[in-house]
Design a protein. Structure first.
Length: 571
């Protein structure tokens, strides 16, 4: 969110015509073959990347193994395209001549390609556009009369986001190199520890186990849930109560012994913080500018009554990592801080939620350690107590660390109670995939998250949930990108449409209020859609957001007068 005179957020040029051509089918996909014969083996080595990059070679240092996201086991490949490098990772596998092999891999993230070259016949490849979850790519190839080695590969696409690959297989006759040994029952997980807690949940973290494809969580000796990663939040607990937990590791060979026991205690119960109103089912969010950038200067009392959530923009970072403070700008016209606090109290008395926003186009708060996470939670809660803020908005546009931001928000929630209002305003690129740090954070705190109002502007064309490219500023752009979040794990009540209030509110991406209303109708009712129509409706969608209440006032409150009543009339 930008403080410069021309609005909010910087312009990003993203995928355009060239990628659209790819998405339309510039590469062909080889047909699938029948199932492998009984004698076939997987001739690829370290196919699950459990041994790092052993047996693999990645161009320009573009490959690395990661512990999350993974499809199976404790590791996966992350390929990061950069400049003229497409993050190609290869392995030469031993094959038999005149034989058929089935090549397969599980992938997600940016554009991903899977192929084989040096087959001695016809080299093959298959691909997929960006996906928010794991997707299996499969193709087949036949070796030539004298072919003894074939190179299989994965790669991404130039200038696009990183991709992930896992559980690659090349099934066919043994070419003399054999196969990786079958799975063994994994060891018991170590390092089990209690993370953040609320009055009804306990988050557990543990160390990954080599060869594990999943984990089981036990509470007081009874299995309560399963997990694929090394963290899990057990919910439905009683306030101020101690629970014992253990974790086991699993794979195709069986389940490990149980880990050491840890004890976690839930927080004290609590309702809304004093004076905090509940957020309505369908809500309008507006950002209030604590500075003068050419838009109408407002006091909080002047903010149009259609707004249900008012995000005060912005908090300021201190010299202590993670810590924030707030400095009222004299330019907005308050005679004293007490007057500002009185306006917050008046808005809350009128049923509005006034929250403090962190970040923006020029703001940067670093939360990348346990200490900085605690500093953020403590300082944010202190501002809530001092000023009467109902919660916090996360608008960090310079990158986030999902692990530690999650810890920070969990700690804040434990302090503030269940009435905490927690919103986010990621840029479009941040919510293209569930593997992104913003999306992961949103899913990590889903049980305490109020709404994600993604910024549908200053981005250029982007991919929708159907893999097609849509132009910024259209109904299709709003609905197809919202669909990614709705189908990626967020509840409809946690999804809002963020748009500029006027042509001066952002560098690009302004849409007429009628387009916003049509997009809301399409998502909630299945009417007034463009060429893209979701496979189902989301009547619980939360609503819309705008930058800013000041730019809205500059244009005579035309945006809130049009969109506000429409949001509040949603089913």
């Amino acid at each position: 969110m930008e403080r410069a005179p021309d609005g909010r957020g910087r312009i990003r040029t993203w995928i355009g015509g060239a990628v659209a051509v790819l998405a339309a089918g510039a590469l062909s996909v080889t047909g699938l073959s029948g199932s492998a014969q009984a004698a076939d083996i997987n001739v690829a080595k370290n196919a699950g990347y459990e041994s790092g990059l052993a047996n693999w070679t990645c161009s320009a240092g573009s490959g690395a193994t990661v512990g999350s996201p993974v499809h199976g086991g404790a590791a996966a490949l992350r390929g990061t395209p950069a400049g003229q490098d497409n993050a190609k990772c290869t392995q030469a596998v031993a094959v038999q001549p005149n034989s058929t092999y089935t090549l397969s891999a599980w992938v997600q993230g940016g554009y991903v390609y899977l192929g084989a070259e040096g087959t001695g016949t016809t080299d093959v490849s298959t691909w997929t556009p960006d996906s928010s979850g794991w997707k299996q790519l499969t193709t087949t190839f036949r070796t030539g009369a004298s072919t003894r080695s074939v190179t299989v590969y994965t790669h991404g696409w130039y200038g696009q986001t990183p991709y992930y690959a896992d559980d690659l297989s090349v099934f066919g006759p043994d070419g003399g190199g054999g196969s990786d040994p079958g799975p063994q029952i994994p060891a018991a997980p170590g390092g089990l520890a209690v993370g953040s807690v609320t009055s009804s949940s306990v988050t557990l973290n543990w160390n990954g186990v080599s060869g594990a494809t999943g984990y089981n969580v036990y509470r007081s000796g009874t299995k309560v849930q399963s997990a694929t990663g090394t963290s899990s939040t057990v919910t439905g607990l009683a306030p101020n109560t101690s629970y014992d937990f253990q974790v086991t590791a699993t794979n195709a060979a069986g389940e490990s012994a149980r880990s050491a026991t840890v004890t976690g205690r839930t927080a004290q119960g609590g309702g809304n913080p004093p004076g905090n109103p509940a957020v309505p089912k369908h809500a309008l969010t507006g950002y209030w500018q604590n500075f003068n950038n050419g838009a109408a200067v407002q006091k909080l009392r002047d903010v149009q009554s259609q707004y249900d959530i008012i995000a005060v923009s912005f908090a300021d970072a201190t010299a202590t990592p993670g810590q924030i403070t707030f400095n009222l700008d004299p330019a907005v016209g308050y005679g004293s801080v007490a007057d500002f606090k009185a306006d917050i109290a008046a808005k809350k008395a009128a049923g509005k939620s006034v929250i403090i926003s962190v970040g923006g186009e020029k703001g940067n708060v670093t939360i990348n350690s346990d200490a900085s996470a605690t500093a953020f939670a403590d300082s944010t809660y202190a501002l809530m107590q001092e000023y009467g803020f109902s919660g916090v908005d996360i608008d960090l546009e310079h990158g986030i660390n999902s692990t530690y931001l999650t810890k920070a928000l969990r700690q804040l929630s434990a302090k503030a109670g269940s009435g905490l209002v927690l919103t986010m305003a990621p840029q479009t690129i941040d919510m293209q995939s569930t593997s992104g740090e913003y999306f992961k954070t949103a899913l990590n705190v889903k049980d305490i998250l109020t709404v994600v109002n993604m910024q549908y502007y200053n981005s250029g064309s982007m991919l929708g949930c159907d893999g097609k490219v849509y132009s910024q500023g259209s109904v299709d752009f709003l609905t197809a990108l919202a669909c990614i979040q709705l189908e990626g794990g967020l509840a409809p009540s946690q999804v809002g449409l963020g748009v500029p209030a006027s042509t001066r509110g952002a560098g690009s991406g302004y849409v007429d209020p009628s387009i916003v209303k049509n997009a809301l109708d399409c998502l909630a009712r299945g009417t007034n859609c463009g060429s893209f129509k979701p496979s189902r409706t989301y009547p619980g969608i939360r609503g819309a957001m705008t930058w800013s209440t000041n730019w809205d006032a500059t244009a005579g409150n035309a945006w809130s007068n049009a969109v506000g009543p429409h949001v509040h009339a949603l089913p």
